[in-house]
Write a protein that binds this ligand. Sequence first.
Ligand code: NIG
Ligand code: FE
Length: 393
Amino acid sequence: MSTTLFTDIASLVTNDVTLDKGLLGELNNAAFIEESGQIIWVGSSASAPSADSKVSLEGKSVIPGFVDSHAHLVFAGDRSLEFEARMSGRAYSVGGIMTTVRATREATDEELDQNIATQVVEMYRGGITTFETKGGYGLDVEHELRSLKLAVAHTEDVTFLGGHVVPEEYKGRADSYVDLVKGEMLEACAPYARWVDVFCDDGAFDYEQSKAILQAGIAAGLLPRIHANQLSQGRGVELAVELGCASADHCTHLSAKDIELLAGSNTVATLLPGAEFSTRSEYPDARRLVRAGVTVALATDCNPGSSYTSSMAFCIAVAVRDMHFTPEQALWSATLGGAKALQREDVGSIAIGKSADFVVLDAPSFRHIPYRPGVDLVVETFISGTSIYRSNK
Ligand code: NIG
Ligand code: FE
């Protein structure tokens, strides 16, 4: 097997705390060696052993590929008018989800698959190398099943979200819809999913309904995660901790008790700055979570309604500016934090034995990501040591 040395890296974020270089294990004038898609050596350029081939990164910087632990990529249609109305003062509500459900049901398999592929290319261009995607815009057995069948071709982290909202044809019969989700829909979809998720919030599902859906998913062999406390200080986080969810996502409205519960659990709090940005909502304060010792991830929540961005760099910039993350915490949360939210041991860091998923930035260090908002700094993205995107800058 051949080895490749990547060297002359001005700043290399390893996320390896054993290096004793802070949270990010940041090395300067660094190098690493890749073999068969994995990292086999990390250190300084000066002490790098020889390899079969050598790539000089000429003073650029390298970070682990972003791990986007929360996205909704299986959809059709456009909700830019809804966004425009919101920017003129209309409040965000879960009602818009049905607009996407109608368009998604009407789309052909080819159209849906092409839409996913388009988002995935955008993600690669922006440095995301691992991503999760949910269904949730089918909301009947046929369309949730086809959503997940399409999604598995793109990622191993597929999530069953039949419990996104109660579709219009079940209006006034939420409990019957919950029975469908827990029953026939779950049975059809479970073979294609790793995760089960539910939107536990105002206008979506309450604590009891959410618990029933997640428990049914767990019984079917899926791992739980949850949309919690986005629109109100409800009981979503409480449920996440009670059921051992890998992650509680959104966490916009948290009580002191919620933070205490998260801190005493293995549940990751995943913050989604794109959602607050695009719904013009109040941002959660990451300092409360970090101070309490909660593990925090950052994700895009890429979806056509509340956060139509596939840019983790944008999310980091907003997280630093408006959620009070330090640049260091934000970078960690968007890489190793995301890996923890997805319970993935193989990605999120540049350390021996990890997948060689990394991003070359045209910048002296990762700090330029929030410092230069809206500027595309990605020169090249690698997955398992293979270049999957190279800018022509
Ligand atoms: O994560 N919160 C629920 N679901 C999505 C929004 C979906 C939509 O508006 O289409 C979210 O923000
Ligand atoms: Fe979401």
